[in-house]
Design a protein around this ligand. Structure first.
Ligand SMILES: [Zn+2]
Length: 138
């Protein structure tokens, strides 16, 4: 009997890392299935695509654009992918985008064009995620 996939287990959310825009049909670097204030859904999925992130430089979406001959390539790519993966988990943990033009950097800063930001207001990303994960499952 095949082992059950993590996709069908209760209380398991996941991030799929890999694939392309053409394969997913979603023109993005990363996307989450939900913005879930309170983290009430425990079976969320996010997707981080690698085609633009691994494109040849110069490409503003490619990690290769920011690498030089002396760069710590493994460390930089690990941190870059980790930041994007964490950003998508932040969405299904309840966080909206924050303003990427503020002085304080935040993993929930929006990429792209701020004019497309549909919501405004104060976002406390640390407490939103902490509250979403600190409650019991019952
Ligand atoms: Zn986002």
């Amino acid at each position: 009997m095949p082992k059950p996939s993590c996709w069908t287990r209760p209380d398991v959310s996941q991030v799929v890392v890999g694939g392309t825009i053409a394969e997913s049909g979603i023109p993005t670097l990363g996307i989450s299935s939900a913005i879930d204030p309170g983290n009430y859904g425990h079976e969320d999925t996010a997707l981080v695509l690698l085609d633009l992130l691994s494109a040849a430089a110069p490409n503003p979406n490619s990690l290769n654009t920011f690498l030089g001959p002396q760069s710590d390539k493994i460390g930089f790519i690990g941190r870059g992918l980790g930041n994007i993966i964490t950003h998508e988990i932040g969405h299904y943990s309840g966080n909206w985008h924050t303003d990427q033009f503020e002085d304080t950097a935040n993993l929930m800063d929006q990429g792209g064009n701020i004019a497309q930001k549909p919501f405004t207001g104060f976002e406390d990303t640390l407490d939103t995620a902490a509250w979403g994960y600190s409650r019991g499952l019952g």
